[in-house]
Write a protein that binds this ligand. Structure first.
Ligand code: FAD
Length: 277
């Protein structure tokens, strides 16, 4: 299978660098094809601005989404953006490897998402008409692919538990899981998380490495987070969860299927993935 790792850490000898290297070694040894987007090494342009669009006149007002749509549909995107989109089309699974920085991904990775997930590629996909709000949340360009976050953090596990002072990890990662990865169609696996990572020592590494490779082995078989699909029949025409669904849940957990709820409509034609190469 084809796997893309998007890696965001400035130091190759870091814990994140070690996890990325381990993933490449392990997945390759299992017969997978792996590409790495090493954002710092690539000197990735993290800011979304007018320089993303050929011919943009800096004296003119910039409408970023509109310019993104035009560039995508006319095949005039900057090469760095188009190359990353091609890697996503190639990949059957996507792994983000990053340290939690200020409760989210490092800015360079956020900037990768902002620029690569262009209008027409990751959003603004499908028919938007009446009560049809396009192909998103479980449908879209990246349907059929899987995604997983591999994230390290300084805080301890209890701090990220349901009653922990940092907030539950699932809640903190919801914008990435649901808003970034599920939005353009990917199935999202539960994250691989290394807590209390700043205090990690060599003795703890073998257990962490074993847990990580086990998760990598499940990349194509583990059950994804059961997010409801937008067009699966559970939301009304205003994209509100229908009455009677989500009983007993609150907040972002309303968007998870609950046991005993009605089946969702099956996915329409799942777009075939780009052939392996
Ligand atoms: P490193 O510093 O590279 O390594 C951590 C430890 O692992 C070191 O002891 C190192 O010796 C050891 N190590 C590395 N590789 C190996 C190996 N192969 N074998 C054995 N040991 C190894 N934390 C939070 O919880 N929440 C936040 O919101 C948050 N925000 C932050 C914001 C910023 C700007 C920064 C700088 C840190 C923040 N942190 C936060 C902490 C951060 O998440 C951790 O510092 C980070 O996850 C550690 O990962 P690293 O790759 O940088 O680790």
């Amino acid at each position: 299978m084809n796997i893309l790792i998007v890696y965001a850490h400035p130091e190759p000898r870091s814990l994140n660098g070690s996890l990325k290297d381990l993933a490449v070694r392990h997945l390759t040894a299992q017969g997978h094809r792996v590409q790495v987007s090493d954002l710092y090494a690539m000197d990735w342009k993290a800011v979304a601005d007018g320089d993303d669009f050929q011919g943009h006149d800096s004296r003119e007002r910039l409408f970023y989404a509109r310019a993104s749509k035009t560039a995508f549909s006319s095949d005039t995107q900057r090469a760095d953006i188009a190359v990353e989109q091609e890697k996503l089309r190639w990949a059957q699974a996507l792994v983000f490897q990053f340290p939690l920085w200020w409760f989210s991904m490092p800015a360079i990775l956020k900037g990768w998402v902002e620029r690569v997930f262009a209008y027409g590629f990751a959003y603004g996909v499908g028919v938007h008409e009446g009560e049809r709000w396009g192909d998103r949340y479980g449908e879209g360009t990246l349907t059929g692919r899987r995604a997983m976050l591999s994230v390290t953090m300084g805080g301890r596990a209890p701090h990220y538990s349901e009653r922990g002072v940092n907030g539950a990890l699932d809640d903190l990662l919801f914008p990435i899981h649901h808003g970034v990865l599920f939005y353009p169609g990917m199935e999202v696996l539960p994250p691989f998380a290394v807590f209390h990572s700043d205090r990690l020592d060599a003795e703890q590494w073998p257990a962490i490495a074993a847990a990580f490779t086990a998760r990598l082995d499940g990349l194509f078989t583990d059950a994804p987070i059961p997010f409801r699909r937008q067009n699966g029949g559970h939301y009304d025409g205003q994209q509100m969860l229908k009455a009677g669904l989500g009983q007993g849940a609150a907040g972002t957990r309303l968007h998870l299927l609950q046991p005993g709820e009605p089946e969702q409509h099956p996915l329409p034609d799942v777009a075939p993935m780009t052939a392996s190469r």
